[in-house]
Design a protein around this ligand. Structure first.
Ligand code: WT7
Length: 657
């Protein structure tokens, strides 16, 4: 299972056909890419013949490996003494006694080198306007805004909620918080009132940063109005900073709401600002994600370990080089954007592209015009986007010169082999290996992923990243056999792991560490490993639905439904969907005397959209007289799902009769 199989055949880009199906079993990377890759350079330096041998060494010597990365890829104000402190496991600490700040490595150190004048960010608006920022320009904006936050009394450890569209200010705001040691809590701009409110309350943010509105698909998202609704009953919020993006009419509450551009024009907004020197374990941010209950979890990441994890994974997996143009098409509001838009690329001194809007605006070739215009070399996106673009046919991509691309990436859900092959053939023109990266908000960075030397199997994230020890086990915690489904677990800590759930350490223990087998990190996914040791992630084992790669809790959708006056009870499940991967289907029991109707169905769908955001809008609302429940009253979503799919209903012994 662990035998090395990375040797590529002599011909670049060659495909090895598997005997019976006619489809290639492995897609091999171009030899030149392998030879020149960052990972091979490190393997050679360490005396290994290939990346797989290096990988095995790093898994067995993970603290030595991570310490090496912590010294090479980032700078410390004061060096760390301990690499990994496991005295209070699973509350692991990394690089203790080290003093650092992620912004020092992302910006401060860059402007002292030739990278000062290198482009850090090329931003394109949905309307097609472009703005660029050198490292120096970004550095100064961040300093100015950090001074603004300081002048409002924001201090080390305070939480600031950021609810912004995909514009440069979201990066500036996040970096400014980090610079002064405050924690940012970014709420994705596609979320709505309820989601925003619960996250502000849980974080107890006194300052909220938003915009008048944002553009998406030619329409305006009313961010300020949603913010107003969310904080109406949230007395903790003292100040709302508003970025002017659309120029639309909005209400500004005197004494509470302030324009970003006015603040940035004040003398207090000096372009010089000392970076706070913090402990490696100082919390950097919290990011909410859905779990099994209605209350979202604020996952906490830290300054030290997180940046080491993010820089290492981006360096080796996507092979970032000085001359690359990196484009992670995710939203900065998700972990993908935190790690691989805001922090990772800046720490590595890369040039990156950020695009504000929808992939099909105004036409389905929008992304390919961007690749061509800026000469993008590495593109990282999600299966749902690929499937969405695939529907319009390959002619849209074929009209553009995509020959600058050298690597592609995928994240968020399993990629179906058909979409993988299309992405590889049409977008990568057969030359670009696809890095199918499996990871989570919890893990901070890639956990199971190919690297540029890995022979690829479409649909498999291949093998664990350097230093990561992953496995598949059965319910008793014993290793599953080849091709046997089981729970995906991680057997040793890694630097960019979550540290806790904000204000809820018990939930952290119970959710991730107390499942079988005890003491090992349980990801919440089921998976299998084939006889080459490749991992195939199947999907979530809990009540989380992945809709277009977004993680939504059934409980949150259900609570939005029952907040409607017509609804007595509700259940939500995910069913397969061609583009979205999964779509939300709901089952609703109406209150006595209320009649089902098409209008009511539309109203309920819209209600969930308004409460939670358009991504959570159910595909269907089915009116039912009852719901299958256990004797203790828990809804059996599994039964609803089997029924909807016409499958056997499985073990019904706990079903209430
Ligand atoms: C869940 C985590 C990590 C960034 C975006 C999602 C699923 C993620 C893959 C992949 C199969 C994947 C898992 C995981 N997932 N990447 N390459 N192949 N499944 O972060 O919202 O925290 O969701 O996304 O189910 O547990 P997230």
């Amino acid at each position: 299972m662990t035998e090395s199989r990375t040797e590529a055949p002599a011909t670049a880009g060659q495909i090895a056909a598997s005997g019976d199906t006619g489809e290639p079993a492995f897609y091999y990377p171009p030899q030149e890419l392998v030879d020149q890759s960052n990972i091979m350079a490190y393997a050679r330096e360490r005396g290994f013949a290939d990346a797989e041998a290096l990988r095995q060494w790093t898994v067995e010597n993970s603290t030595e490996f991570w310490a090496d990365m912590a010294r090479r890829l980032v700078d410390w104000y004061e060096p760390f003494n301990t690499v990994l402190d496991d005295s209070e496991a699973p509350f692991y600490k990394w690089f203790t006694d080290g003093k650092i700040n992620i912004v020092h490595n992302a910006l401060d150190r860059q402007v002292k080198t030739w990278r000062k004048n290198k482009l850090a960010l090329i931003w394109e608006s949905e309307q097609g306007e472009a703005k660029t920022f050198t490292y120096w320009q970004l550095y100064k904006r961040v300093n100015k805004f950090a001074n603004v936050l300081k002048s409002m009394g924001v201090q080390k450890g305070d939480r600031v909620t950021i609810y912004l569209p995909r514009i440069p200010e979201i990066m500036i705001a996040m970096l400014a918080c980090a610079k002064i040691g405050a924690m940012h809590s970014v709420v994705y701009g596609g979320f709505s009132v309820e989601a925003l409110q619960t996250r502000i309350v849980d974080a107890q943010s006194k300052v909220v940063i938003t915009a008048d509105g944002g553009y998406m698909n030619g329409k305006i998202v009313e961010l300020k109005k949603i913010t107003d609704d969310a904080i109406k009953h949230t007395p903790v919020v003292e100040i709302v900073i508003v970025v002017q993006r659309t120029g639309q009419e909005i209400e500004m509450q005197p004494g509470r709401d302030l324009w970003y551009h006015d603040l940035m024009a004040l003398p207090i907004a000096s372009p010089k600002c000392e970076t706070e020197q913090v402990d490696a374990e100082q919390p950097l941010f919290m990011l909410y994600t859905s779990g099994t209950t209605g209350t979202p979890k604020g996952l906490v990441h830290t300054h030290g370990g997180y940046q080491v994890g993010v820089a290492t994974t981006l360096h080796f997996t996507f092979d970032i080089k000085e001359e690359d143009v990196w484009w992670c098409a995710a939203d900065p509001g998700w972990i993908t954007g935190h790690s691989y838009i805001v922090y990772g690329p800046l720490i590595l001194g890369a040039t990156q592209v950020m695009y504000e809007g929808a992939p099909t605006f105004p036409y389905p070739n929008r992304w390919w015009t961007i690749v061509e215009r800026y000469g993008v070399t590495i593109l990282y996106t999600a299966p749902t986007a690929i499937r969405g673009l695939m529907r319009f046919g390959e002619a849209w991509a074929n009209r553009h010169d995509l020959s600058t691309l050298r690597l592609l990436g995928s994240v968020g859900e399993p990629i179906n082999p058909e979409a993988w092959r299309w992405y590889h053939r049409v977008i990568g023109q057969g030359n670009c290996p696809i890095m199918d990266t499996w990871w989570q908000t919890e893990t901070g960075g890639f956990m199971i992923t190919p690297n540029p030397t890995t022979p690829l199997k479409p649909g498999s994230a291949s093998r664990p990243f350097l230093g990561i020890d992953a496995d598949v086990v059965n319910e008793l915690g014993e290793p599953a056999g080849d091709d046997e489904d089981g729970l995906l677990i991680i057997k040793q800590p890694w630097p960019s792991m979550l540290r806790t759930i904000y204000n809820n350490p018990e939930r952290y223990l119970e959710q991730y560490w107390d499942k079988a087998p005890q003491g090992l990190y349980t990801a919440g996914d089921s998976a299998r490993q084939d006889d080459d040791g490749y991992f195939w992630v199947i999907g979530r084992i809990d009540d989380v639905i992945k809709v277009s790669g977004y993680r939504l809790g059934t409980a949150e959708v259900e609570s939005a439904l029952v907040s409607h006056p017509a609804v007595a009870e509700a259940a939500a499940i995910g069913l397969p969907h061609e583009v979205k991967g999964n779509a939300i289907h709901t089952f609703v029991i109406l209150k006595n005397g209320i009649e089902p109707s098409q209008d009511l169905e539309d109203e309920l769908r819209a209600h969930v959209g308004t409460m939670m955001g358009p991504i959570a809008k159910p595909e269907a609302v089915n009116f039912v007289p009852s719901l299958p429940k256990t004797r203790s009253g828990k809804i059996m979503r599994r039964v609803l799902k089997s029924r909807a799919l016409g499958l056997p209903e499985g073990d019904l012994s706990t079903l209430e009769s």
